[in-house]
Design a binder for this molecule. Structure first.
Ligand code: ADP
Ligand code: MG
Length: 311
């Protein structure tokens, strides 16, 4: 099968007929009709085999994750998912691989209401780039630059699961829920939408809490204190994480795709009630710059606000 038949065959079902896609896959570009008065949030993320996912990852999980990391960025902007493009670089046009990949991609695309509207296909080492577009009412996007001293810092879900799964990958008996946290992250789309109008700043945690929170601190010109005891962990994490290194996994482990959110103190409870996922208060924004952690004894320790870096 040639490149174009492959695309048509595997990806056509990812573009449901709808009024807002005037022209989808098949022309030189897509023609899209944004809802009137809305702003577009646009984001791109690339997954490179062996770097962003283990080489052993199932094709369906790669398809899911490639879209999930982009939906997570839209969630962190408070944007409702609408359209995406897919730039796929493949060593070979393997029909079984493409079928699995398209199935995983489709599972998440259909359940989150986002339509594939175009892309590109090339031969080379396996790499997937998705550009996702979402809509947000003017002035309501969740940005990184609005955190203020006194705001509470909260995170959705639990931290460190994906990093722990990656560390335990080769060990027998890795619970599948933990492996799923690495392979099939859940983008917090509904949470992002519900936080519009409440959160002063937000981002998604892809490279570890400390580093990503550091982006909010830099953009907002503030500092933060994190209560190490308050960091939320899953039951599987508690059961399997080594006592030594546990905190590091939660602070610096990547691939969580949870949201880190700043909220005025009086908005925390309201936010917790609005969300479909647990929201845990883990610290506060300070006027004093820098990131510090607080342990059980109440002693402060400076933390480097850095996470995973490619370069
Ligand atoms: P061009 O040469 O104009 O870039 P292509 O031959 O690359 O066009 O693509 C033909 C059509 O197929 C375009 O509409 C493009 O958006 C779509 N397409 C190509 N690759 C993909 C892909 N991986 N996923 C979705 N659509 C794709
Ligand atoms: Mg092309």
């Amino acid at each position: 099968m040639d490149e174009f038949s492959l695309i048509r065959h595997h990806f056509a079902r990812l573009t449901p007929a709808s009024d807002d896609v005037i022209l989808g896959i098949g022309d030189d570009g897509a023609l899209l009709q944004p809802s009137s008065g809305m702003q577009l949030a646009v984001t791109s993320d690339t997954l490179v085999a062996g770097r962003h996912f283990p080489e052993s990852t199932a094709p369906a999980d790669i398809g899911w994750k490639a879209l999930a990391v982009n939906l997570s960025d839209l969630a962190a902007m408070g944007a409702a998912p609408r359209w995406f493009t897919l730039a796929l670089t493949l060593p070979t046009a393997d029909a079984a691989w493409l079928e699995g990949f398209a199935a995983g991609l489709r599972d998440l695309a259909l359940s989150s209401g986002i339509a594939l509207v175009g892309g590109d296909t090339a031969r080379g080492p396996l790499s997937i780039t998705i550009t996702a577009m979402g809509e947000v009412p003017p002035g309501q996007a969740l940005r990184r630059d609005g955190a203020r001293p006194g705001d509470r810092i909260c995170v959705t879900g639990t931290l460190g699961d994906a990093a722990l799964a990656l560390r335990l990958l080769e060990q027998p008996g890795l619970p599948s829920v933990l492996r799923q946290r690495l392979d099939r992250p859940t983008p917090r789309i509904a949470a992002g939408l519900a936080l519009r109008g409440l959160a002063t700043a937000a981002l998604d945690i892809s490279d570890g809490l400390a580093g990503d929170l550091g982006h909010i601190l830099a953009a907002s010109g503030v500092g933060a204190e994190i209560d190490l005891e308050a960091l939320p962990a899953s039951a599987h994490f508690n059961g399997l994480a080594p006592a030594e290194g546990r905190t590091e996994l939660m602070l610096r482990g990547g691939d969580d795709y949870e949201l880190c959110v700043c909220l005025p103190p009086e908005a925390v409870e309201e936010a917790q009630q609005r969300l479909d996922v647990p929201l845990t208060e883990i610290g506060r924004i300070t006027a004093l710059p820098g990131l510090r952690s607080v342990d059980t004894a109440g002693s402060l320790q400076a933390q480097e606000a850095c996470g995973y870096r490619h370069f």
